[in-house]
Design a protein around this ligand. Structure first.
Ligand code: ZN
Length: 240
């Protein structure tokens, strides 16, 4: 079985469509979403409805939580807050409720999915080094766990110690645990503008990060036309 894991879509419809087309071409039969369906970019409604229609296991991201609440966004960085305020104005009550009801952690088949980290997932901590990863592994009871949140593909392996290994392609070996960040569909931050997602091949015990080109000019035009901060159109071209 080939399972696509995708997330941090952030309302980028062109990137989402390109990822789903690529996954279908790769023989993927099942889909799992690691959250942050909305926020930043200009297609929150279309992306939410597409993911909802797929009816795949989906966990909640911090932008999903912020977009579906009514709490103040003052503590946030002003650009993300402006985008979230706009996103709130686009979503219906019923769409906000769908986001609000997403769970923080899900177990799917033989793996776990979380947006940030299994160590206090509602605190939205960023995992950027092996010490952060160790905190996650303390709560990881499956061999594999997939996350997102930093928008940078990263793989941590726990044997008798925890190490980071290259993320492009990972063979799952017995006796080790894996914490795999699948990168971001709609706003990559590793310097590569192309949409990122992962395919988990359960028969071959292999996880591969794929990068997919999409019609970024259309996405950028929509961001500017919506009156969102122009920096959001610039950053997706730079992958940061
Ligand atoms: Zn995100």
């Amino acid at each position: 079985m080939r399972i696509a894991l995708f997330g941090d879509i952030h309302a980028n419809l062109e990137a989402l469509d390109a990822v789903l087309a690529d996954a279908a071409g790769q023989g993927v039969t099942d889909y799992v979403c690691t959250g942050d369906v909305v926020g930043y970019n200009a297609d929150p409604v279309a992306c939410l409805e597409k993911v909802r229609e797929m009816d795949c296991p989906t966990v909640k991201g911090n932008h999903d939580e912020d977009a579906s609440g009514i709490h103040s966004l003052d503590a946030m960085n002003p650009i993300a807050a402006a985008a979230l305020q706009w996103t709130r104005s686009q979503l219906s009550d019923e769409q906000r409720q769908w986001l609000r009801r997403l769970r923080m952690v899900r177990q799917v088949a033989d793996f776990t999915v979380v947006h940030s980290t299994l160590d206090q997932p509602a605190n939205w901590n960023y995992v950027t080094n092996r010490f952060d990863a160790m905190a996650n592994f303390s709560y990881q009871f499956t061999q594999l766990c997939f996350n997102g949140h930093t928008h940078v593909p990263r793989v941590y392996v726990k044997t008798d110690k925890v190490n980071e290994v290259p993320a492009e392609s990972v063979v799952i070996e017995d006796g080790a645990k894996y914490f795999i960040n699948i990168g971001s569909v709609g706003q990559p931050r590793d310097g590569d503008w192309r949409a990122a997602y992962a395919i988990y091949d359960t028969d071959h015990k292999l996880v591969v990060i794929r990068r997919v080109e999409y019609d970024i000019a259309t996405t950028q035009k929509k961001i500017l036309d919506a009156g969102l901060p122009p920096i959001l159109a610039e950053r997706i071209a730079e992958g940061r």
